[in-house]
Design a protein around this ligand. Structure first.
Ligand SMILES: Nc1nc2c(c(=O)[nH]1)N[C@H]1C(S)=C(S)[C@@H](COP(=O)(O)OP(=O)(O)OC[C@H]3O[C@@H](n4cnc5c(=O)[nH]c(N)nc54)[C@H](O)[C@@H]3O)O[C@H]1N2
Ligand SMILES: Nc1nc2c(c(=O)[nH]1)N[C@H]1C(S)=C(S)[C@@H](COP(=O)(O)OP(=O)(O)OC[C@H]3O[C@@H](n4cnc5c(=O)[nH]c(N)nc54)[C@H](O)[C@@H]3O)O[C@H]1N2
Ligand SMILES: [Mo]
Length: 759
């Protein structure tokens, strides 16, 4: 619907009947069986399988139906009755498939056979598994391992990820970029530096004890909907939620819990955020400094009557760097904060008052902070705010990044890392009797740079849609075929699979909900969630095709085909018995994974522990560190005439590059994704007309012509100076060099662009 000012919006709450209709539509689209629905009911429960969608934790005291709209969509997407058989590939050449939309490609259904790309006919043709493994192994053996890349998307289990990283190192490289490099790598780098732990410090129980929750750039309603129940319970007992986001996201404003029959019938909504501030994209450092400045002022005032707001005892005992930060806050001018954030001093002070009054505060964030050129400063300044009141390392308080893929955090825990210092390589050497490579490997941006220079011989992907998820898409698609070998392990076809090296394979794998044909038993694997809890998952469904293999079997067969025999590396045994891999994980990380096999089905998962939560700071200084940011804006570019800041968004009807449909229900955008979201004031200022088609052009000052045309101008409630649109369609506009300075996470949330008329 449209509001009075013409902006497109959704008036209903998150959850409610709309979410059930969303699930029903997907069930209808995918031709879902009754068995699939039964599988859905076991989702996220003991003895069932762990949702393949987001990384939000699975509670011990589960609901009768422990899934959300988007978790159900992700499961039904995997359980579809559609199949992309060899016939489908015989009908469509690869060149023709490139004209399909992301949605249409995945609608072809589950991959059923191993396929090899035949360059002469430009078709994928079926091949045998033996043939595929033999040729891939032969090729890899002939290459310099340092010139190969093993990518992982964050869905693969702990067991598969451990084997994958071991395979890479036994072969001879640390080139292990992960989807995390485009996502929460800013978190891994920043939190490690400032509190000595690369992950969040909050556990589920803390949400029962907090008085305030701050939200910066995380869209709970679409991306981690089960978290809404926790927020609703917190609000009902009086906790206050304050949100900073350029977009008024419905899920953070109000919700109806589909688990509550009375609320569903009466339509009774719970309001979530008590304050909602539409910060400019990249304006968060300024906001956070404003909040800290307010805390300082409140403390000055309190001191007059012998009270205090700042926890100076905590600061003295546990932190370094506060004096410099305090001096910076005192010198900082409110006018500058208002200019960069787009918010008034009064608004920021109102939020600051909630923080000052709360005994315990949790700081939540997502891609709105991590995907910026100064993402490091976004997060470190957020930590400063929490440290000022001792809000890290005690019950009901802490920093809580909300992770994306269901096992993305766990993959890092068990060794998928391009940074060798993060992995216990000495233990690997001793356990498996080999010399792991010690040089730093490539992350995602570095892998792209090397591919663009033609330096990479082989790219092997364990899931994901690398070419569609990364920046600089056009140049990358052009450079890609210069590789000798490309291998994709996947469940469904996506655009990334249509750009092929000289030799290219598409290897179809089981989904997490399916049983393992190798053993004839359920597939048992495990995952680590956003709150560092490890859960077991049992897949029992009949596989989509009899030719599928589990991911761990594929990885093991690739390793066997590539590596020289090593009596300590029992690949085929590990593939048959994932419990034996959990034993290896326990031997490698004895503290975190103590009694792994015994504890794997602990209700609510078992907690891996976190040193910062215990106020043990594993940082360089041995203390928690205040970092004083040099800049106020996180965008990394200056304002210029005609320049707009592009925010790339996910709809409520997609999971990353997987587009389930064209209904972004929670934002009121229906039936299309080729839109340019822009405020009515900017439409008028620029002389545009609602509905006209325009082209977005890169304004990055590097001389490279990047453009995406055919975008429909749509009035939307956004701050001035910025525009919004959908990921991945707008990825060709993101320069590869436009990334967080510290972690190289691409800055997808503020991309410099200009609008050109016409498409
Ligand atoms: N249904 C569904 N679930 C998902 C995913 C999905 O695509 N679909 N993806 C999964 C993955 S891998 C991830 S990483 C997570 C992503 O989940 P989120 O972290 O929520 O990521 P986004 O939706 O990209 O953006 C988050 C929010 O940041 C806001 N934002 C943009 N720029 C700024 C800024 O400068 N400042 C502030 N304060 N806010 C800003 C946007 O308006 C948006 O509401 O979700 C996971 N779960
Ligand atoms: N502009 C812009 N770009 C972004 C982002 C953004 O916010 N804006 N977000 C970034 C983020 S946070 C992330 S995490 C990345 C995501 O990057 P990726 O993780 O690489 O991409 P996905 O879209 O999650 O991958 C989807 C594909 O995974 C495969 N797949 C699904 N399930 C399985 C499985 O069980 N096993 C295997 N082997 N394969 C499977 C299917 O073939 C499916 O097509 O994108 C990043 N790119
Ligand atoms: Mo992500």
């Amino acid at each position: 619907m449209a509001k009075d000012d013409g902006t497109v919006t959704y008036d209903g709450p998150a959850g409610g009947w709309g979410s059930l209709r969303g699930i029903a539509r997907i069930a209808g689209d995918e031709g879902i069986s009754a068995g699939a629905i039964a599988t859905l009911l076991e989702q996220n429960k003991p003895g069932g399988f762990a949702c393949v969608s987001c990384a939000w934790t699975k509670p011990a005291d589960h609901h009768p139906v422990e899934f959300c709209e988007n978790g159900a969509k992700a499961t039904l997407w995997e359980l579809t009755s559609r199949t992309a058989t060899p016939d489908v590939f015989a009908r469509h050449s690869v060149t023709e498939l490139k004209t399909f939309s992301d949605y249409d490609l995945e609608q072809l259904g589950r991959l059923t056979h191993p396929m090899r790309y035949d360059r002469a006919s430009d078709h994928y043709v079926p091949c045998s598994w033996d043939e595929a493994f033999a040729e891939i192994g032969r090729e890899l053996k002939a290459m310099d391992p340092k010139k190969t890349v093993f990518y992982t998307s964050g869905r693969a289990s702990l067991e598969t990820s451990y084997c994958w990283a071991l395979f890479a190192r036994a072969y001879g490289h640390n080139n292990l970029p992960d989807s995390s490099n485009m996502c929460h790598e800013t978190t891994s780098v920043t939190l490690k530096k400032v509190i000595g732990s690369p992950v969040g410090t909050v556990v589920l129980d803390d949400f029962k004890h907090c008085d305030a929750i701050f939200f910066f750039g995380q869209n709970t309603g679409s991306n981690s909907p089960r978290f809404l129940h926790v927020l609703q319970a917190a609000v009902r007992r009086g906790c206050r939620i304050v949100t900073f986001n350029p977009v008024r996201e419905r899920g953070l404003e109000k919700m109806i819990n589909p688990q509550e029959p009375t609320a569903m019938v009466t339509g009774k909504e719970t309001a979530l955020s008590c304050q909602y501030h539409q910060v400019k994209p990249g304006g968060d450092i300024a906001v956070l400094l404003g909040l800290c400045k307010h805390v300082l002022a409140a403390d000055d005032a309190a001191q007059a009557d012998n009270r205090h707001v700042i926890d100076r005892a905590f600061i003295a005992e546990h932190t370094v760097g506060f004096e410099e930060f305090e001096a910076r806050l005192r010198a900082l001018d409110w006018a500058e904060i208002e200019e960069v954030s787009g918010l008034t001093r009064t608004a920021i002070e109102a939020a600051g008052t909630v923080y000052v009054e709360a005994e315990n505060t949790i700081g939540i964030y997502g891609m709105g902070l991590t995907q910026h050129v100064h993402g490091f400063e976004n997060i470190s300044t957020y930590v400063n705010l929490l440290l000022m009141k001792g809000n890290i390392g005690r019950q009901g308080a802490g920093i809580s990044p909300v992770r994306g893929h269901s096992n993305v955090q766990g993959q890092r825990t068990v060794g998928i890392a391009e940074k060798p210092e993060l992995v216990p390589l000495d233990r690997h050497a001793e356990m498996f009797d080999f010399s792991p490579p010690r040089e730093k490997g490539m992350n995602t941006v570095e892998a792209c740079e090397a591919i663009l220079k033609g330096e990479i011989s082989a790219f092997v992907a364990l899931g994901g849609n690398f070419l569609r998820a990364i920046p600089e898409q056009k140049a990358m698609e052009e450079a890609w075929p210069r590789q000798r070998l490309t291998v994709q392990i996947a469940t469904k076809l996506n655009r990334g699979h249509l750009f092929n090296g000289e030799i290219a394979y598409l290897l179809p794998c089981l989904g997490r909900s399916e049983m393992d044909p190798l053993t004839g038993h359920p597939q048992v694997v495990s995952m680590e969630d956003s709150l560092s809890c490890v859960h077991g998952s049992v897949g029992k469904r009949t596989p989509a095709s009899e030719h599928l293999k589990s991911e761990i079997e594929i990885v093991s067969r690739l390793a066997e085909a590539t590596l020289a025999q090593n009596p300590k590396m029992l690949w085929s045994h590990w593939a048959r018995d994932t419990a034996s891999v959990r034993d290896l994980i326990e031997r490698t990380y004895p503290e975190e994974f103590r009694d792994f096999n015994t504890r794997i089905f602990t209700p609510g998962g078992f907690y891996r522990g976190n040193s910062a939560r215990e106020r043990e700071w594993k940082t360089e200084s041995g203390k928690a560190e205040f970092v004083t940011p040099e800049m106020l804006s996180a965008t990394g570019f200056q304002p210029a005439p005609g320049r707009m800041s592009l925010v790339t968004l996910r709809s409520n009807d997609q999971f990353n590059t997987t587009v389930y449909g064209y209904s972004d229900r929670l934002r009121g955008i229906e039936g299309k994704r080729d839109v340019l979201l822009i405020s009515p004031a900017e439409i008028e200022r620029l002389g545009l007309t609602v509905g006209e088609r325009v082209t977005l052009v890169s304004d990055a000052e590097d001389g490279i012509d990047r453009r995406v045309g055919g975008l429909e101008v749509m009035p939307f409630d956004l701050p001035d100076g910025c525009v919004g649109g959908y990921y991945p369609e707008l990825n060709p506009l993101v320069p590869l060099a436009h990334h967080d300075r510290a972690s190289k996470t691409p800055a997808y949330k503020s991309v410099p662009v200009r609008i050109e008329r016409g498409s």
